[in-house]
Structure formats: C-alpha cells, structure tokens
Design a protein around this ligand. Structure first.
Ligand code: OXD
Ligand code: MN
Length: 601
C-alpha cells in the first residue's frame, strides 16, 4: 500500500482526510491504494486496466472513439430502494417514506461486511467537486471504492481529481463515501446514509445510482439534509435555458421521476417551425438552488456528466444525445452489434443480425426478451453535449423563472397546469404521482406518489421537507412560477395524446409567455391551463380534439385525485404542514362548487 507511487504523488493537506482514508484502509485491507488525480494520462491508464480486467469491453473505436461497454451482474442493474437507508438517530428524522436504520446498528453491520473486503483489490481514492470549481455553493466529496468502473465513471460525472484536493485544502469538511463491491450479493447489499456525519457507506452493488456516491447519495440525500440546515434546495431537477428569437433566455428547472425524460427535455431540439428558438442545457438530473441577492432562485448543476437511460434515445427523441454519445462514453448493459457498435430498443434502427444482448448472449428477435436492459445507461461527459450552456460553470448559477413538476400519468393530469401561488405549487409537487419505471427494482407502470420526484432521494422526513419548501417560498422575494406537466396522457386506445420530445418546447413557450405576462390562460379550480389559441401550434399535426383532450380537466377524475392526495398525506402523518392540507381542502371545495359549470372544473 504505502509503496504505491501515486499515493505519494498526491498528498493532501487535510489531516482529516488522511486519517479517514487510513481508517478505511485498516478496515477493508486493500492490496493497493490509488489516489486519483483526474488527469487524462491517469484515465488512459485506468481504461487500459479496466479492459485488461474484463470490466470494460472496447467498442469499435472507428465508429465510437473512446467508447466502452460495461456489463453488470444481472442481479445489479437498478437502484435498490428497499436496501437504501437513512440512518438518523431517530426514526422520525428519516420519516415515513424512508427506510431507517439506527446509525450504530448500520455502522456495526457494514463494518462486519467491509472488514477485509478489499483484500486482493485496489482502493481508489476519488476526490471530487460537486458544482463549478469557483462556486461558493460547491462541495467536496471523497469516494473510496474498489470498483475501477465506479472510479472511471466518477471521472465523467464529477469534477474529479487534484482540483478537489486543492479546494479542500487542510479542511476536513468533505463528504465521506465508502463504497465496496463485496461479492455483489443482494443479501449483502445496503446503501446507508448518515446525514449527521456527512457520510455514506454503500456495500454490495456496482450500479450507478447505488455506487456513484456523488449522485443520488450525496447530491440529493445528504445535500437535501444540508440544504434544509443552510436554507437552500437540493432537487431531482433538470435545468434548461430557453432562448427566444430575440435572444432573451429564460431558465426553468424541472423535477420528473427517473426515466421520465429529464435528459431529453434538457437538450431538446426545437420543432422546425419554431425558427430562432434555442435550448441550452445546464443539467439533466440534479439542481442545487439558492436564494440570490436579487431575492430570486438561482441554480447550479453539481454534476459534470450525464448518466442517462439508453432505451428510447434516438435521433427524434434526443438528437443531441445521439451526437454526444458518439465518443468518450461508457455504455452499461446495452446490446452490441457484431461490428462493435451499440444498440438498444427504441434506437430507431433495425437490430442487425448477430446482435449480442446485454448479458453477452446472442439475441434472438423472437425470444420476447429485450436485447438491451430497460435500464441500460450511458455515462457521458457534459462537454460532449452540443447544446451545453455557456453558463454551466457560472459560480452563481442561473436565475430560475419557473419550476416544473412532471410525472408519467395516463389520465387526469393535463399537458400543463400552472399553480395559483407558491403554496399551491408546493401542493402540486408534494402530491405528484407517476407510473414507476425500470430505474428502480420493482414493478414497472404502477402509479405511486413521488413528491417533487424526490421520494427515493429525500434524506429526511418528507413532511419536514414540504415545510422547508414552504419556508423557502417565504424567503424568496421573486419566487419562480410553478407548473405541472404531463407529456404522457393517453387516449381511450392507450395512445399518447401529445407527440412529446421537441414539441414540448411549445408548452415551455406558453410557460415563458405566462412568466412575461403575455398569455392569460384559463383559470380552473385546480390551476391555470392554456387557452389553445395561446399555444404555438404552427406545423403541428395534432387534431383539435386531441389537443382539447390533452388539456382537459375532468372534475370527477380530479375529485378522485385530490382524495388520493389526502390518502398520501395521511401517510406523511404529523409533520405534514397545515397549509398544504388547507389548500387541498380548498381545491376539493372548489371542485364541489363547480359542479354546474360548463367545463365542470
Ligand atoms: C438516475 C435515476 O439515474 O433517477 O438519475 O435513477
Ligand atoms: Mn435521476
């Protein structure tokens, strides 16, 4: 260990960091410790090592330079929410929506599993910064991992290496993440968060959401805890700038559950008819939002790369992603073609003969099995994104004019709905529902309440989290408008009513018109919907009755929705803030009173 040259080459001035690495080395007993410096030479060396070890398979470097395939253990292909714990001293602090373990119990159990677990392996010390290096809002984390795939992925997903140690200096204020692959056995898999210790211990999984500790574990679960203490917000949101033909850019942040199109929305291609409109990506998954000196909400993207869902990504759904995936990308659990390229369901190219499935077997078209895993992924640096915003590194972030909450709803929720005020917007977010996807282990397509798309990611009591959102509204002098969207409403035959993807810009445009006072909308009991005449529908082949159907507010569906929200609130229990329940009751009363109205809402 001590004789590894890289351990000497990157000293840290942080005594706290040295002490903690020593403790973890004593516990896990790796053969070698490598301090990652984040240099291109190091990456080249580690890629070669990963290939030699069979962890990565090089793809066709003529077609896809710098691209690799990783195949997971088939038991380890998605986040395991049932094995994800918030370890606060009391169960109440974790709240009714989180799994809880007492810190002593969690540490003791994991200490047992980690003991000697890195014998014969290398421990990578991965220092990283979440956020632009010059931002006062950025934070340092260190992940210790025995997975070269994780270390390489962290190099893409974060600002990784020497810069993080420089920023840390002699401080011991950093997130302590210990990750061990162990024997990839679901029986010995736990992802434990200790918010009071700024610590994460993740054991037994190599899957991104469980093992890249910067992402869900630090930037959401631990950061949401910090955000409450420090009066900011850590959210599961994409951030995008939308520039109109006059050159004015409006930034919006949008919370959608996993695999509901955040990445596509963050880099959408405007429809041909919307000449002069441009989209600039700030982030596709996580936003850290602060109150700026102007009293408005400002956002940074703490990440530096995208860990996106491959299936369904194609030239139409995300032309920019297809471009950025042409190089420097690690693909996980996709299918591969005989000439060493990638393939997945929904790539919009026929599967070539001789396709190899995500488990490395010859795929048979009639087998009824997917060639790529439904949660197969790409890990790609944000610098590859052709529409990356020039403001992505701005230390203060970008000003947010609107927050969008969106889910996957076959019925009830219209294409877009604006809240009446902040509290109503928080209610919309708090009660949003979505049909589950393959991003987490479990049944797919089941409606569940997923408040602010944070159900699996909020690091503390959900009722306290709602109260924090309400408090933030009071602190903001210029609160953003809050909208709810649903790109996924279906007709009676199960077909999507709205074309989605790039066409969603037409809906964003209406939001921007609302923000700048250029559209009136139609007020209903449950929020403001567009008057169809206010929507830019130029060259859109959508029959008026389908548009009407997608915007419809059905009174009986909404009565059921508001009642279901009440059921969910009862599960939150005593921490639920009164204003949310009062607003829900007021809407229920308005729905009752509107029984005689023509639109019924
Ligand atoms: C993700 C997720 O990977 O939400 O972003 O699961
Ligand atoms: Mn996500």
């Amino acid at each position: 260990m001590g004789d590894d040259p890289s351990a000497i080459a990157i000293p840290t001035r942080s005594a706290g960091l040295r002490r903690w690495v020593d403790e973890c080395v004593t516990l896990t007993c790796p053969d070698r410790v490598v301090w990652c410096d984040g240099s291109p030479a190091e990456r080249k060396r580690m890629l070669a090592e990963a290939v030699a070890a069979g962890v990565l398979i090089p793809l066709n470097h003529t077609k896809r330079p710098g691209c690799y395939l990783h195949r997971s253990n088939p038991n380890d292909v998605a986040r395991t929410e049932n094995l994800t714990m918030v370890c606060t001293p009391t169960r109440e602090e974790a709240g009714p929506t989180n799994n809880w373990l007492a810190p002593d119990e969690a540490y003791a159990k994991l200490r047992g599993w980690f003991g000697g677990s890195m014998r014969g392996r290398t421990m990578y010390v991965v220092p990283y910064i979440m956020g632009p290096p010059d931002s006062p809002f950025s934070k340092v984390g260190i992940e210790l991992t025995d997975s070269i795939y994780v270390a390489l992925s962290m190099g893409t997903m974060t600002r990784m290496g020497r810069a993080a140690l420089d920023l840390l200096g002699d401080s011991d204020n950093f997130n302590r993440g210990l990750h061990g692959t162990l024997d990839v056995n679901p029986e010995r898999r736990l992802i434990c968060h200790f918010p009071q210790d700024n610590t994460i211990w993740s054991a037994g999984s190599g899957y991104g959401g469980n093992a890249l500790l910067s992402k869900k574990c630090f930037a959401l679960r631990i950061a949401s805890w910090m955000a409450r203490e420090e009066q900011w917000l850590a959210e599961h949101m994409m951030i995008v700038g939308i520039e109109n033909p006059q050159g004015q850019t409006t930034y919006v942040a949008g919370a959608f559950p996993s695999a509901c199109g955040k990445t596509n929305l963050a880099m959408l291609t405007p429809p041909h008819s919307m000449k002069g409109w441009k989209v600039h990506t700030i982030g596709d998954d996580i936003a850290w939002l602060r109150i700026g000196p102007d009293g408005g909400l400002w956002a940074i993207n703490p990440e530096a790369g995208y860990f996106g869902v491959a299936p369904g990504t194609n030239q139409k759904s995300n032309h920019n992603a297809m471009k950025m995936l042409a190089r420097d990308t690690i693909f996980t659990n996709v299918a591969t073609t005989p000439d060493g390229d990638v393939w997945w369901e929904g790539i919009d190219e026929p599967p070539p003969e001789g396709l190899i499935d995500w488990q490395g077997r010859l795929w048979r078209p009639n087998s009824g099995e997917k060639a790529a895993h439904p949660n197969s992924r790409f890990t790609c640096p944000m610098r590859n994104n052709p529409v990356l915003s020039p403001h992505v590194d701005d230390p203060q972030g970008v000003p947010i004019s609107a927050i969008i909450f969106g889910g996957r709803r076959a019925a009830t929720v219209p294409l877009v709905l604006e809240s009446h005020d902040w509290t109503h917007g928080v209610l919309m977010g708090a009660t949003m529902g979505s049909e589950t996807t393959a991003a987490a282990v479990g049944q797919v397509g089941v409606l569940r309440r997923d408040p602010m798309a944070m159900l699996p990611f909020c690091g503390y009591n959900m009722g306290d989290y709602f109260a924090h959102w309400l408090r933030m509204g009071k602190l903001l002098h210029k609160p953003p408008k809050i909208f709810m969207v649903n790109w996924f409403r279906k007709d009676g035959d199960g077909r999507f009513l709205w074309p989605g993807y790039g066409e969603n810009l037409r809906i964003l445009r209406w939001m921007i018109d609302r923000i700048h006072g250029r559209a009136r909308g139609i007020d209903t009991s449950v929020g403001i919907v567009p008057n169809p005449s206010e929507l830019d529908l130029k060259s859109l082949d959508l029959p008026p009755d389908r548009l009407r159907e997608s915007l419809k507010i059905d009174r009986s569906e909404w009565k059921a929705e508001v009642a279901a929200a009440g059921d969910f609130f009862r599960k939150i229990g005593p921490t639920l803030p009164d204003p949310l329940e009062a607003t829900r009751h007021a809407i229920a009363a308005k729905l009752e009173a509107s029984a005689g109205r023509a639109d019924g809402a």
